[in-house]
Design a binder for this molecule. Sequence first.
Ligand SMILES: NC(=O)c1ccc[n+]([C@@H]2O[C@H](COP(=O)([O-])OP(=O)(O)OC[C@H]3O[C@@H](n4cnc5c(N)ncnc54)[C@H](OP(=O)(O)O)[C@@H]3O)[C@@H](O)[C@H]2O)c1
Length: 255
Amino acid sequence: MSMNDHLPFHDMTALITGASTGIGAATAIAFAQQGANIIIHYNANHAQAESVLQTAQQYGVKAELFQADLTAAEGSRKLARYASQKPVDILVNNAGSLLTRTRVLDFTEELWERMLMLNLTSAFFLSQAVLKGMVDRKRGFIVNISSVAARTGGGLGALAYSATKAAISTMTKGLAKEFAPHNIRVNAVSPGTIDTNYHRTFSSPEALDDVRAATPLARLGRPEEIADTVVFLCSDAASFVHGQVLEVNGGFLMA
Ligand SMILES: NC(=O)c1ccc[n+]([C@@H]2O[C@H](COP(=O)([O-])OP(=O)(O)OC[C@H]3O[C@@H](n4cnc5c(N)ncnc54)[C@H](OP(=O)(O)O)[C@@H]3O)[C@@H](O)[C@H]2O)c1
């Protein structure tokens, strides 16, 4: 008996991409709290990834770090190869970024390719890499992190980002259909505006005030509120929730 045997995810391994900061870090810690062993993927923020690892270990779970830049095909392949050798029961495709706010007429092919690789292509091939093991073990959960931008088209300069997020939402439904017979549940969470580095980098204080004013709950979301939704989707409480894109946005955009 270990101290975690009574916890719902005690016999599972969760891989969370982009788990050094923000939503991914909160999700990794939430799964560790629920007894899952975790694999923390990160890119540039080694120190913060290390601090997520230490917090997770305080819950008595195994935790490890893996670095990969997912804007590059090479980094995406490296993570997929690594993950395919691990017993991943839960995959959270969370790593993502707007990279830069760039209007359509200034967009380059290179930026378009990096955007798609980071926010879409790497998530597809990482899913493929872990799905093989999930099929063999007849169990698995995938949660993709989309965005409210998938439905609104995003703010100015976020066209490509929004398009990748719409694709992530659609990919969720396709995966859900194909892997349901293997006891693999696939869903997505579509966050509204969550208070993370993302907005410290890409949004002005005025733009965030406008979001608060347009949000019935009159505030930004917290990373933990998205993490709780991801954990819910992988739990028995959500055993009939499949192929859904769950909107978590304080009422900013409804239906
Ligand atoms: N915040 C929001 O309002 C909001 C709303 C809708 C959707 N989302 C989505 O939520 C997810 C998490 O974002 P967040 O708000 O938590 O932002 P964040 O705090 O900036 O976290 C982004 C994570 O993605 C990783 N990442 C960024 N660029 C990467 C790259 N080139 N290669 C590999 N990993 C990379 C980062 O790793 P390093 O820091 O280690 O480089 C970090 O762990 C993203 O997919 C984002 O699009 C956020």
